[in-house]
Ligand binder design. Structure first.
Ligand code: PGA
Length: 251
């Protein structure tokens, strides 16, 4: 496990973007696992600026997103398909047919989960997976539960996630109650994982996930079992780890 420390959000985003960009330069047809949420935005902006300078091309990349709300049309501004287009895809040279998300409009849960797992397999698995961490330790939409779910699954979102995500909706009642998410097995099978965290409110859960017991009650704790993991954080996100684990070396 590597710890990459940025002095602030911009520097943390730049360090994380460097890892993704190195992967794409070394393997232009990489399969990149992408995430939504506010934390990856700086990283996406950085990748866009490097693309615009001509330093990097995504023309051969394939992408698979972690999750999507059930019931939302890709044209709905709150869908993750819309988010990805608005914040990354429309600015870079990725081919739309090479970008994949779970289909929120397929209400046949079993069929959709199976389709998404088979898709990831047919792409040859994920080369580099970007992850945020929820306030409750969720990765993708794998919420705290009694078991680690292996493959893509349909989850009932927890109250804390619905509350956290309501900032993007007009009212909390508009937040969908279910989502499709890649499962824990698909996530940890990625050849490389980049976890991004920013701000004080992630400091405690990040420390618990990376140094506490491995338990489905804190889904991100499974990352302790992963060798190829880079945790990119800013000073605030790493504050509890710095305080409790003085031996950790930050790059
Ligand atoms: P955030 O979300 O980046 O908006 O904090 C992270 C997550 O819920 O995975």
């Amino acid at each position: 496990m590597r710890f990459l420390l940025g002095k602030n959000y911009e520097q943390m985003s730049r360090k994380a973007a460097n890892l993704i960009s190195a992967q794409v330069i070394l393997k232009p047809d990489s399969v990149i696992g992408l995430a939504t949420g506010s934390t990856p935005l700086g990283l996406y902006e950085t990748l866009i600026s490097w693309y615009m300078k001509g330093d990097i091309s995504f023309s051969k990349c394939r992408t698979v997103n972690l999750d999507e709300y059930v019931g939302l049309d890709p044209k709905n501004e709150q869908s993750y398909a819309y988010f990805m287009n608005k914040n990354l895809f429309k600015f870079i040279d990725i081919k739309p047919e090479n970008t994949h998300l779970p289909n929120g409009l397929n209400l046949d849960n079993d069929a959709e989960c199976k389709r998404y797992d088979e898709l990831i397999k047919s792409l040859g698995g994920v080369d580099i997976q970007l992850l945020g961490i929820g306030n409750n330790g969720h990765i993708g939409f794998n919420e705290p539960s009694d078991e680690f779910k292996a493959g893509t699954n349909c989850v009932k979102l927890t109250e804390s996630t619905i509350k956290a995500n309501s900032r993007f909706f007009e009212s909390i009642d508009d937040v969908p109650k279910f989502a499709y998410t890649m499962g824990i097995r698909s996530i940890i099978q990625a050849k490389y994982i980049v976890l991004v965290a920013s701000g004080k409110n992630k400091a405690k859960i990040l420390e618990e996930a990376l140094f506490g017991p491995v338990t489905p009650q804190n889904p991100a704790s499974i990352l302790q079992m992963v060798e190829n993991l880079a945790v990119c954080g800013d000073e605030e996100a790493f504050s509890v780890i710095k305080e409790k684990h003085k031996d950790i070396i930050f790059e």
